[in-house]
Design a protein around this ligand. Structure first.
Ligand code: GAL
Length: 388
């Protein structure tokens, strides 16, 4: 049984692109253990595109590039496993990967066996150079079957960028997470548009099969492989991480975790935010605003000025998470009444709030609690219903 809650880990693409190596993976594995990422739940260490030679070997198998991985891929997997981590790799449903390396179209079974032989626990499966004549759903189902045929438990991370409404069929074909959007960039517009594009679909994301809105960019500050536009600020990173947490999206770190600054490290290791993301029920939050609650389709693209967003998420054991987001350019109060979320003033109940970032206890609030939130930033609370 894998992916009961959203998968967590690290992926090489956002920061390193093609600049990957045995040494980088070993150093990252060391950092995941020594700096507390593994113990916080970040379990999968995933090598993305550009790890192989440009051609298969005489037997038709994929070959790790000896210049980047001189000891072969099994040795890398063994090292990752020796650290108590799980090992992930990358291939693609098309003829070539996005960066032009051989990929698994018509080689699904041989490649799945190669990955299993190396000790791979996670396969990210991309969608570049997919033949026009081929059927997307069938080909993802084929790789899913090929992974099962190995007998090894391998998490299937399908990355078809949202083509053919993946939320409606990826669960059925045995996928644990499906990328629903194009590639994230390390800027505010990119990650907020990615998140909001999926609000109507998150109700179909849940335990064992999660909507994947891409690797995080926390800690990149405009460096690396997906640096376009105005690089994210600390506020942007708080907002990004809190949104991913509230929506129970997979938490795949994309920064260089060997060298994260303290702010970003504390952020992605925040126990409360991870607990919100990993809640066993993995429910999507609902949006509350303007005197009504929205359970799926958001109103924010009908209202360009509507930059204050509020979400409430039911969690296990009577707990809630409440998020107040200010996606505007000026500080301001972000508000909703608890009645609009389902807890009326007249009920005699309010919410007892704890600041998820700081752990500060704020007591019981009745009717509303409207924090002032800096631009691009957020406030997130753990809440319990309490008598007032
Ligand atoms: C893209 C994918 C990215 C990354 C890249 C590698 O298609 O969405 O996450 O894997 O390919 O070339």
């Amino acid at each position: 049984m894998i992916a009961q809650t959203a998968p967590m880990g690290w992926n090489s693409w956002n920061t390193f692109g093609e600049n990957i190596s045995d040494q980088l993976i070993r150093e990252t594995a060391d950092a995941m253990v020594e700096q507390g990422y593994r113990d916080a739940g970040y379990e999968y260490l995933v090598i993305d595109d550009c790890w192989s030679l440009r051609e298969r070997d005489a037997e038709g198998k994929l070959v790790a590039d000896p210049a980047k991985f001189p000891h072969g891929m099994k040795a890398v997997a063994d090292y990752v496993h020796s650290k108590g981590l799980k090992f992930g790799m990358y291939s693609c449903a098309g003829i070539r990967t996005c960066a032009g390396y051989p990929s698994s179209y018509d080689h699904e079974f041989v490649d799945a066996q190669t990955f299993a032989d190396w000790g791979v626990d996670f396969l990210k499966y991309d969608f570049c150079n997919f033949p026009d004549s081929a059927d997307c759903k069938t080909r993802y189902a084929t790789m899913s079957m090929a992974l099962k045929a190995t007998g090894r438990e391998i998490l299937f991370s399908a990355c078809n960028w949202g083509r053919e409404d993946p939320w409606s069929w990826m669960r059925s074909i045995g996928v644990q997470m499906y990328r629903s959007t194009g590639d994230i960039q390390d800027n505010f517009i990119s990650f907020t548009s990615i998140l909001r594009s999926q609000i109507p679909n998150f109700c179909m994301s849940g335990n064992f099969c999660f909507n994947d809105i891409d690797m995080l960019t926390v800690g990149m500050y405009g460096r690396g492989n997906v640096a376009f536009g105005n690089a994210c600020t600390d506020s942007d990173y708080r907002t990004q991480f809190a949104l991913w947490a509230l929506f129970s999206a997979p938490l795949m770190l994309g920064g260089d975790i060997r060298n994260m600054n303290d702010f970003c490290k504390q952020l992605v290791l925040n126990r409360n935010l991870i607990r919100i993301n990993q809640d066993i029920e993995s429910r999507n939050p609902y949006q509350v605003f303007d005197g009504k609650a929205q359970y799926g389709a958001p109103d924010w693209w009908n209202n360009a000025d509507h930059t204050a967003l509020t979400f409430i998420k039911h969690m296990s054991d009577g707990e809630f998470a409440i998020g107040y987001f200010n996606l505007g350019e000026k500080a301001g109060e972000v508000s909703f009444t608890f009645a609009d979320a389902g807890l009326p003033y007249g009920s005699g109940y309010g919410f007892e709030l704890t600041d998820a970032f700081t752990g500060e206890k704020l007591g019981v609030k009745r009717d509303y609690f409207n924090p002032v939130v800096p631009p691009h930033d957020c406030a997130v609370y753990l809440a319990r219903i309490a008598r007032v």
